[in-house]
Design a binder for this molecule. Structure first.
Ligand code: NAP
Length: 259
């Protein structure tokens, strides 16, 4: 029997922003598939947190950069819950080492692009076909795909160019898929987080503590994973039914231009 609740798959849902997204979706009544790559303790902890709230969750190890693991992830979701309503492409990495553009290695470029852009594109292609099939046989009422990009999609950092290129690509991916999938009733959105307190930003904490204090963003605080979670839940619930391809900034106002 397919799960009665709507089902969401969150890549990199085990910790950081992904965990914030999983908790918000569970709070809204979604059954959640928490994907992770290497840190099973973090994934189990997220599942435990969801179950403590009375929610439903399943963890699934899969390195989203490989086609075999992406297949396994989708199969695991369907075998466990029998349906998939929402895909959140959240998993992403920073370059292992920050280097000036002129010193960037091909290995770092390939790793970051494979994780942040190629993987979400081909996972979405796989899931979109499945969603179309499910919508045709009426096993799901609505479907959406939510991509977690970054302010780095438009704000350049010349010492991590590969990250910026991957996020700018993810942004165009959102536009392309929004147009292609509108006829199938699948909405596609982009969430653009600013500076969010997670392991990814732990190494630059002092720098951003100071910048935020000095007014780096109009809202003078760090973003939290729950801030991103709330935005994703709003989209996943279907609160913007006549919008697709839309970008939601979750950045404390960083994107605003002002004197
Ligand atoms: P994080 O704390 O480093 O967590 C990354 C998550 O992605 C982990 O769950 C990790 O799983 C998973 N992951 C990494 N590579 C994977 C792979 N190959 N296959 C499957 N899962 C993989 O990062 P975060 O700060 O939460 O960032 C989440 C997303 O938000 C990323 O796309 C990031 O670019 C974006 N973002 C972050 C910020 C920020 O300030 N933190 C700002 C803008 C955008 P394991 O632990 O098992 O490896």
């Amino acid at each position: 029997m397919p799960e009665k609740k709507r089902v969401a798959l969150v890549t990199g849902g085990s910790r950081g922003i992904g965990r914030g997204i999983c908790l918000a979706l569970a709070q809204d009544g979604f059954a959640v598939v928490v994907n992770y790559n290497s840190n099973s303790d973090a994934a189990l902890h997220t599942k435990h947190m969801i179950e403590q709230m009375g929610g439903t969750a399943e963890i699934c190890q899969a390195d989203i950069t490989t086609v075999e693991h992406r297949e396994l992830l989708v199969d695991h979701c369907m075998e466990t819950f029998g349906r998939l309503d929402v895909l959140v492409n959240n998993a992403g990495i920073a370059p292992p080492e920050r280097r000036d553009l002129l010193e960037m290695t091909e290995a770092s470029y390939d790793l970051v692009m494979a994780t942040n852009l190629r993987a979400p594109f081909f996972l979405t292609q796989r899931v979109a076909r499945l969603m179309i099939e499910q919508k045709k046989n009426r096993s799901i009422p609505a479907a959406s795909i939510i991509n977690v990009s970054s302010v780095s999609a438009y704000a350049a950092s010349i010492n991590r160019g590969e990250y910026c290129i991957s996020k700018a690509g993810l942004s165009m991916m959102t536009t392309l898929l929004a147009i292609r999938l509108a006829e199938d009733g699948i909405s596609v959105y982009e969430i653009r987080p600013g500076i969010i307190a997670t392991d990814m930003t732990a190494g630059v904490k002092e720098k951003y503590d100071r910048l935020i204090r000095e007014g780096f963003t109009p809202i003078r605080r760090w973003g939290q994973p729950a801030d991103v979670g709330k935005a994703v839940a709003m989209l996943a619930r279907g609160d913007l039914p006549f919008s697709t391809g839309e970008v939601i900034n979750v950045d404390g106002g960083y994107a605003l231009r002002y004197f």
